[in-house]
Structures are given as structure tokens and as C-alpha cells.
Design a binder for this molecule. Structure first.
Ligand SMILES: [Zn+2]
Length: 256
């Protein structure tokens, strides 16, 4: 069953593997379990990344073996991972994006430890997906935009639309409207309020929004339903649900 007849959905934010943080109670999923849940939601294309374990090598190997052909891969940036620079060099052709999570690594995005990876993404011309949350000193959207302004050629997606609360989303939407940061988009993962997404579409345009579910933490159909409930033109709906993500995450996983 597909909930979006005639629209090919690209989920811009999917995790595979098991979470380390006690907050998520040891929850996890394998690549084949994830593929089954996405297919049940009618989703064949996705940007798939590790959990907070940051096990890029294992995740990419599992995607090669069991992932859907439409999946792209995002590498998790743990600045303390000694193997990361070598992994990025080896697998560059299969890396569609880098994922940054300031909260889990307890460093703001402007921390010098993140900088070489941001610059690598800019050189490669691939996007950075940045977790934004309520912990303003570390994961605030203002910090992400400060870094985005310093790397004007690098596409950046602010996850959770800048922070998963209406006040934070409204703030980033107005700032993006006023400033010339056309390379910054907002990911809709975990946003439950249709009216908040409608506000962003009205103020910024649908071209700046990228649908995401944050599976394996969330059920993708719940978040598809939020987009489905919006009164959008067919073109705007297609942009948010897939076309924008396809323009951003262009590198597919090489099978060899
Ligand atoms: Zn996530």
C-alpha cells in the first residue's frame, strides 16, 4: 500500500543498527527489517545512516548486502573515530552525505574537531545533515547557520527543521527568509504539526523542505501522514516528498 499515490517518496533521514544511548532502551533494527518497514510505507529511496554507534563500515557493508537499490548512504561523523578519515577516502564514491550530531558528541558544530569533515564535504560537493535540537549551546540552529555561512558551496540540511519545537522552527524559518543562505534546507523528520510545515512552505517555499521520518526511531507512515494532510500543490508535494532529496543526495551506493 502506498499512501502517496503516484508520488515516489524519498525518506531523507533513516537509521539502521542499534542505539547506544540508554534513552532509546536498546532499540535497533537490521537493514532487512528497515527495508521491510520502508517498503510497507511505499518508500524505496532513502538516505540511510548508522545510529549513535557511528559504525560506518558495518552499516555500508550491510546496505550493500541487503539494502534496497534506491538507498543512499550517509556517514556518521564521530570526530574521535580514528578510522573515519580513511573510511571517507576509501568510500567517497558511495557517500551521499555526512551526518553530524553535536548533542551525542557534546560539541557544537563550530568545534574545530568537526571542521575537517565539514570541509571534506564541501570539497566533495556533498551535503551535511546536522542534528538540531533544544540544547541551544550545542545543537542550536544558530550555530549550524553560522557554520553554513562559512561554507557557502556546501548544502546543509537542518534536521528536525532546526529543533523540533514550534518556537525554534519559526525562528529558523524567519532567519532563512531574511538571510542569503539558499544552500540550507530543513528536514521534516519528527515534526508532528502539519501547520508548522505549512508555515515553512508559505514563508520559504517547498524547495527548502526535505521529507524525513527518523526511522528506526519513528514509524515512517506517521510522518508521511503529516505531509499528506497538508493542502499543497502537486508540485510542492512532490518536491518535499522526494524531488528535493534526489537533487541533494545524488551518490548511490557502489555495489562492488
Ligand atoms: Zn536521526
Amino acid at each position: 500500500m502506498t499512501r502517496q499515490p503516484g508520488i515516489e517518496v524519498f525518506d531523507g533521514h533513516v537509521h539502521v543498527g542499534t542505539w547506544r544511548t540508554p534513552d532509546f532502551l536498546g532499540h535497533g533494527s537490521t537493514v532487512s527489517e528497515t527495508a521491510a518497514i520502508l517498503r510497507r510505507a511505499g518508500i524505496r529511496e532513502a538516505l540511510v545512516m548508522p545510529t549513535d554507534r557511528g559504525d560506518n563500515d558495518e552499516t555500508l557493508r550491510a546496505i550493500r548486502e541487503e539494502g534496497d537499490p534506491g538507498w543512499r548512504f550517509a556517514a556518521w561523523v564521530n570526530p574521535e573515530d580514528q578510522d573515519l578519515p580513511g573510511f571517507l577516502q576509501r568510500e567517497a564514491a558511495s557517500i551521499a552525505a555526512l551526518k553530524f550530531h553535536p548533542s551525542f558528541h557534546r560539541r557544537p558544530l563550530r568545534d574545530p574537531a568537526f571542521r575537517p569533515f565539514l570541509e571534506w564535504a564541501a570539497e566533495q560537493g556533498i551535503p551535511c545533515v546536522v542534528h538540531c535540537g533544544r540544547w541551544q549551546e550545542v545543537a542550536g540552529w544558530t550555530i549550524a547557520l553560522e557554520v553554513a555561512a562559512s561554507l557557502p558551496r556546501m548544502p546543509m540540511v537542518l534536521a528536525h527543521m532546526g529543533g523540533d519545537s514550534p518556537a525554534l522552527v519559526a525562528g529558523v524559518v524567519e532567519t532563512l527568509r531574511q538571510r542569503d543562505l539558499s544552500w540550507v534546507s530543513l528536514g521534516t523528520e519528527s515534526i508532528r504539526e502539519p501547520w508548522l510545515i505549512a508555515h515553512a512552505v508559505q514563508r520559504l517555499g517547498a524547495s527548502r523542505l526535505v521529507f524525513g521520518s527518523d526511522h528506526n526511531l519513528n514509524e515512517p507512515r506517521s510522518f508521511l501522514a503529516v505531509i499528506e494532510s497538508l493542502d499543497l500543490s502537486d508540485q510542492d508535494r512532490r518536491a518535499i516528498l522526494g524531488a528535493n532529496a534526489r537533487l541533494l543526495f545524488t551518490r548511490s551506493v557502489r555495489r562492488s
